[in-house]
Design a protein around this ligand. Structure first.
Ligand SMILES: NC(=O)c1ccc[n+]([C@@H]2O[C@H](COP(=O)([O-])OP(=O)(O)OC[C@H]3O[C@@H](n4cnc5c(N)ncnc54)[C@H](OP(=O)(O)O)[C@@H]3O)[C@@H](O)[C@H]2O)c1
Length: 232
């Protein structure tokens, strides 16, 4: 019999996150640990899907790392993590205040790092894959947009973290890769670019991310990968 895989999705709500959640719980060979911040929001879904295990936690919580550790205390092995959560604050450089900058870095940079620290011991024995979801704006030389300093700046930490993590763990079976997404039609995109209509839908992007997360670790490690239709 095929062994069940344990997956953690951080940010399993909203545009791409909801799709990641729905598509992964349909796979009966997975146990899905879904981190969302709205307490009780997954209770109804959990009744229909016994392989769904909600974790109600805010990435801004001061004790985020400890609380995540406690939530996963009985889960000895995790094969896959998709860090999908993200926070976009739109403001011009000089007008950014410390609250907005700190929130951006807490959610987009510190939380992915602490999450990986919690997961690593659960992946070392049998292997695992951590997929960071970043943005095209975090890639050096990509087209930049005004007002996205706090967002793209904090998301770029995910890219560097991926390369450094992969170097440090290259002799283990743990892999980390970073997908830098282009435009996907979600609320976040509407907030940043109200008049822009993206070709890619959240459902399609979630399909791609899940396929990548399940398959690519056999061939790819420590890579920052643009997932975008734009040129260059
Ligand atoms: N859409 C695009 O065009 C695009 C482009 C490049 C990169 N991305 C990246 O793709 C990912 C998904 O984005 P999306 O477009 O689907 O946007 P979204 O709907 O705004 O989703 C953001 C996710 O992050 C979660 N989140 C934010 N702050 C949180 C907190 N303090 N604690 C826990 N969870 C928190 C949200 O939870 P709630 O539902 O509770 O708010 C939601 O699950 C993000 O990392 C984003 O940066 C998107």
């Amino acid at each position: 019999m095929k062994k069940n895989k344990n997956i953690l999705i951080v940010g399993a709500s909203g545009g791409i996150g909801t799709e990641l959640l729905y598509q992964s719980i349909e796979n009966k060979n997975t146990n899905v640990y879904a981190l969302v911040r709205k307490i009780g929001s997954l209770d109804k879904l959990q009744k229909k899907h016994q392989n769904l295990h909600p974790i109600y936690l805010d990435l801004e919580d001061k004790n985020y790392k400890k609380k995540l550790e406690n939530s996963l205390i009985n889960v000895k092995q995790i094969e896959l993590c998709i860090f999908n959560a993200g926070y976009l604050h739109l403001n011009t450089f000089l007008n950014l205040n410390s609250k907005e900058i700190e929130k951006s870095f807490q959610i987009n940079a510190f939380a992915p790092l602490y999450t990986a620290q919690v997961l690593l011991p659960k992946m070392l024995k049998k292997g695992g894959h951590i997929v960071q979801i970043s943005t095209m704006g975090a890639i050096q030389g990509s087209v930049k947009f005004s007002g996205l300093t706090a967002y793209s700046g904090s998301k770029s930490v995910m890219c560097n973290l991926t390369e450094l993590f992969a170097e440090e763990h290259k002799d283990t079976l743990v892999r980390m890769n970073c997908l830098c997404l282009g435009a996907v039609q979600t609320e976040m995109l509407k907030k940043a670019f109200p008049d822009f209509q993206a070709i890619v839908k959240p459902k399609e992007m979630a399909q791609f991310i899940l396929h990548f997360a399940f398959e690519s670790h056999k061939f790819i490690n420590g890579k920052i990968i643009p997932v975008s239709l734009s040129t260059p």
